[in-house]
Design a protein around this ligand. Structure first.
Ligand code: UDP
Length: 364
């Protein structure tokens, strides 16, 4: 019996871990036997950012909730480390699997490695080379001590090799976020606001913003919202508001024409909206991958990305953080001149399956 800890703390983690849970479930009855412990660190705890995802994605109840809650980077890191250390002391796993690039990813990696537990990093090797992003620090720390790396693209593997990671620890497997999207595609359905806002396929935009660089400063956030409102051809822009953004929006108290603020949406409703949108305006990483798979024009309000294939192959383009860049880019979407895009290699819905098969081999 192999004991595996799956670590998840925030919304995009739940999407990735759903693929791993499904792949582990699929091995039941085979020669390999897994005991899976789902560890929720509690970084996201609102129903709309956490509980809803467990319902929609068919995730099992977490076996442990560390209840880290909100706080500064150091407070969260410390709470997760203490909580996870206790969980390992109570019942050590054979492997700790971390996903993505959040505080939970880094904190649990440090704890597990110091306690002699091997760590596998799903989405290893991604780099934005932007040191102002806490996520970049999480990525580099995690990748400098993890044992095995499951990558979404060949570029991520090259980044790891450049950092001195041995070839036989790197496994190019594809994208667990895409696994979940493809599995959920038949279950996507319109949100309540579809009716109330009178949305029509291809005749509205979706926007999401949550990066500190875009939402923590009033001037920047208002500047972006104004330009979005002005340059989307009078079409509705559905804006599910991330909790971080909500705080600043409350302060600005600005209503803009055509912008429709809604609560963060459940996974199935959100991706239904993206699938049928004329375009997506975002600073999320995961959304750029989903828009790429669904072939929807995606404008990223960042200067860099750790997911370059969404730009070189997919429908994503880096617009930068200057609000003035939005007008010309949106004009290309409205006039149907946006690139079409393709699907990156191995983004085929089977990454979770490949990861589990590789772990079986590594741990046997
Ligand atoms: N998402 C969602 N509802 C929303 C906004 C996003 O279900 O209202 C999903 C989205 O489909 C993707 C994930 O949340 O799977 C992305 O999370 P987020 O943008 O918070 O994180 P990032 O990908 O930037 O790390």
């Amino acid at each position: 019996m192999t004991r595996v800890d799956l670590i998840a703390g925030v919304r995009p983690n739940f999407v990735k871990v759903a693929s791993l849970c499904a792949a582990l479930r699929a091995t039941q009855g085979n020669a390999a036997h897994w005991t899976r412990r789902l560890v929720h660190t509690g970084q996201h705890y609102d129903h709309s950012m956490s509980g809803l995802f467990f319902e929609h994605l068919g995730l099992p109840e977490p076996d442990i909730n560390l209840g880290a809650g909100s706080g500064t980077q150091a407070e969260q890191t410390a709470a997760i480390m203490v909580g996870y250390e206790n969980a390992i002391l109570a019942a050590p796993p054979d492997v700790c699997v971390v996903v993505g690039d959040v505080t939970s990813t880094m904190a649990c990696t440090i704890v597990a490695r110091k306690m002699g537990i091997p760590v596998a990093h799903v989405e290893g090797g991604m780099r934005s080379y932007d040191w102002t992003m806490p996520e970049e620090i999480n990525r580099v720390v995690t990748d400098s001590i993890a044992n095995w790396f499951f990558t979404t693209t060949r570029t991520a593997g090259e980044n790891l090799r450049r950092a001195g990671i041995e070839d036989d620890c790197i496994f190019f497997v594809g994208n667990t976020m895409v696994d979940t999207l493809l599995a959920q595609m038949p279950s996507l359905h319109p949100p309540d606001c579809w009716e109330t806002l009178g949305l029509v396929p291809g005749r509205y935009f979706v926007a999401t913003l949550h990066r500190p660089a875009n939402v923590d400063g009033e001037r920047q956030l208002v500047g972006l919202l104004q330009e979005i409102s002005r340059h989307t051809g009078g079409l509705p822009v559905v804006f599910p508001v991330h909790p971080r953004t909500a705080a600043m929006l409350k302060k600005t108290k600005r209503q803009m024409p055509h912008l429709q603020y809604v609560e963060p949406l459940g996974y199935r409703q959100f991706n239904y909206l993206v699938r049928h949108a004329m375009g997506v305006i975002t600073d999320s990483g995961g959304v750029t991958e989903e828009a790429t798979v669904m072939g929807v024009p995606c404008l990223t309000l960042r200067d860099n990305t750790e997911r370059p294939e969404t730009v070189t192959i997919g429908t994503n383009e880096l617009i930068g953080t200057n609000p003035a860049n939005l007008g010309p880019a949106l004009a290309r979407v409205l006039s149907g001149q946006w690139k079409k895009g393709g699907i990156p290699e191995l983004w085929d819905g089977r990454a979770g399956e490949r990861i589990v098969a590789e772990l079986e081999r590594l741990l046997s």
